[in-house]
Design a protein around this ligand. Structure first.
Ligand SMILES: *Cc1c(COP(=O)(O)O)cnc(C)c1O
Length: 225
């Protein structure tokens, strides 16, 4: 517990310092604790120690840890940060306060249909394959403007921003050009909120405009694969 609390403090301090360096209010940056494969009892302790937003990768794990247990009522928000399959949309809509991984018209339309059925507006981000890597989730840079326009026309979706996972790099500076590219892509479409940065590079992401950072290992330690 003491170790977890110290890790949370350390990440929060690093976020604050990165915000200061880039002349932005620290309150504009939200820490999303990436909680895949972290057991519920640890997450409860994290919530007590100051984590208010959790991000899960899988719908089923979100249901098991946050909905079935009632834990979701104790936190500010639950996000889906992993890919969403269309056959899981009916369970994801409403459970997740923000879905970071919308990357196709088909998926957006399925979410629209389910949100309409429930009479809610689902907040989403578009995941962009910012380096146009093969075999990677995300809309290509080229198709993103069309997808932005399409989602903006859907009444039960609220497009809050863009998300990206840049190519793996040994050095956090390696990700900087991709974070900058996501920000520039967003700005061209009037978007100024970005989900980018993980344990190894969240400070660089903040310097480049991140408003959500998704941090797992730096909070919870290494997970089994
Ligand atoms: C696991 C995960 C993270 C957090 O990664 P760490 O390197 O553990 O901080 C962020 N985003 C997504 C989509 C993830 O799956």
């Amino acid at each position: 517990m003491a170790e977890l609390a110290a890790a949370i403090e350390k990440v929060k301090t690093a976020i604050q310092q990165a915000a200061e360096r880039s002349g932005r209010p620290a309150t504009s940056i939200h820490l999303v604790a990436a909680s895949k494969r972290v057991p519920l009892e640890v997450l409860r302790k994290a919530a007590v120690a100051g984590i208010s937003i959790f991000g899960e990768n899988r719908v089923q794990e979100g249901i098991a840890k946050f909905e079935a247990t009632g834990f979701k009522k104790d936190i500010a928000a639950l996000h889906l940060i992993g890919p969403l399959q269309t056959n899981k949309v009916n369970k994801a809509v409403g459970l997740f306060d923000l879905i970071h991984s919308v990357d196709s018209h088909r998926l957006a339309e399925r979410i629209e249909k389910e949100a309409a059925r429930r009479g809610i507006v689902q907040a989403v981000l578009i995941e962009v394959n910012i380096a146009n890597e093969r075999n990677k989730h995300g809309a290509s840079v080229g198709e993103t403007p069309g997808l932005v326009e399409a989602i903006r026309s859907l009444p039960h979706l609220s497009l809050l921003g863009l998300m990206a996972i840049p190519p793996q790099s040994a050095d956090p500076e390696g990700a900087r050009p991709y974070f900058a590219a996501l920000r520039e892509l967003g700005h061209r479409m009037g978007i100024d909120r970005f989900s980018m940065g993980m344990s190894g590079d969240f400070e660089v992401a903040i310097e480049e405009g991140a408003t959500w950072v998704r941090v797992g290992t730096a909070l919870f330690g290494r997970r089994a694969a």
